[in-house]
Design a protein around this ligand. Structure first.
Ligand code: AMP
Ligand code: MG
Length: 342
């Protein structure tokens, strides 16, 4: 189906599946979600099992209307009302204190809950029809690039999910911005689809924690902030340079060295940069022309180059304005925290 032509019968089947404790993958404007009834602890546990996700990584709860908020959240502060008016439905996740109705498994045992209202018409129709809050992390195996198409969901979760609603590619292609409202000051825990600049219009002294946890670190402060995330199977080499041309020259040299060492090389770059590498025997994925397109295509690009069997993927960061902050965060995690300055 498409967002403009929703298949009511398919929504109905998927909603009944959620109500009976099953798992449904569905499109949202950020990425595809793997959903379960958020109030059904057994169903939520199936999400962790299907993804191979550690129990320490909490899950975002999705609503079809702000009126559902009291089911899951306590102590909603006044600033939340303003933010909800401006940013919901949309890619902004808010963290509140959790009601006792929400199983502890959803929140990795913490007394908080992360909540958002997706803007995608198929996600909204599903949650409305199921008539319950829907816990849904991204619909991919743990630590893999997020699923932005139904084909990505099948690639990672075939046999683990009861229903997949195919609504075409996710629109933004990067996850939501997460804002914690349970602290003395609002803190961004993850940059995402809502740019930080837009939040600062409402919260001038916004704090941002961009922490990258190593696998042996635990952090109640930063659940789910593991540095290795969104990772392709190939090694990802991520360059950040003082100028654009220096980055491209460095990537070109590294590609030549890798080819000389018999490595299969993939390039993940904006459209305008690909022609500079036309004479090299490399696989290329064109990300598009602007930050919106690059964000939309990032995870598909990582998966496509993986499927071509490359050993190493070469790419670079983007300035951290607008969607660039989220893009940079996902690239750093996909590269397991290794940023190569040039
Ligand atoms: P995803 O798998 O992309 O849906 O990511 C879910 C992420 O949301 C987790 O990895 C956490 O970073 C964040 N999250 C979910 N619930 C909470 C919470 N209660 N407190 C803080 N962060 C949360
Ligand atoms: Mg995820």
């Amino acid at each position: 189906m498409t967002p403009a032509a929703i298949d009511a019968e398919a929504i109905n089947i998927a909603a009944r599946t959620l109500q009976s404790g099953g798992l449904v993958a569905f499109p949202t404007e950020t990425v595809y979600g793997l959903g379960a009834n958020a109030l059904d602890e057994e169903a939520v546990k199936r999400i962790f099992a299907a993804k191979g996700r550690p129990a320490s990584d909490p899950i975002i709860v999705h609503l079809h209307h702000p009126l559902q908020l009291p089911i899951v959240a306590l102590d909603v502060p006044p600033v939340a009302t303003t933010l909800i008016q401006h940013f919901w439905p949309g890619p902004l996740t808010l963290v509140f204190r959790r009601t006792p109705q929400v199983p502890a498994a959803v929140s990795a045992g913490m007394d908080t809950v992360a909540v958002r209202m997706p803007a995608h018409p198929i996600a909204q129709a599903l949650i409305k029809s199921a008539d319950c809050p829907v816990a849904a992390p991204s619909a991919n195996r743990f630590a893999r690039p997020s699923a932005t198409t139904a084909a990505h969901v099948l690639e990672d979760l075939a046999g683990q999910v009861d229903v997949i609603l195919d609504g075409g590619p996710a629109i933004i292609g990067l996850e939501s911005t997460i804002l914690d409202l349970t602290r003395p000051q609002p803190v961004v825990l993850r940059p995402g689809g809502v740019p930080l600049e837009d939040l600062r219009a409402f919260i001038p002294d916004l704090e941002v924690i961009t922490k990258y946890l190593q696998p042996d670190e635990t952090g109640i402060l930063a659940p789910g902030m593991l540095v290795k995330h969104y990772s392709p199977r190939a090694q990802l080499l991520l360059y950040e340079g003082s100028s654009h041309q220096i980055m491209l020259t460095t990537i070109h040299q590294r590609a030549q060295d890798l080819i000389a060492a018999n490595k299969r090389v993939g390039l993940l770059l904006p459209d305008s940069e690909i022609p500079q590498f036309a004479h090299l025997p490399v696989a290329t994925f064109s990300l598009g022309a602007d930050l919106e397109a690059i964000s939309h295509n990032l995870f598909h690009g990582l998966r496509t180059l993986d499927s071509l069997g490359v050993d190493v993927i070469l790419t670079h960061t983007y300035p951290a304005h607008g969607l660039g902050a989220a893009l940079r965060d996902r690239l750093i995690r996909a590269a397991e925290g290794h940023l190569i300055s040039c």
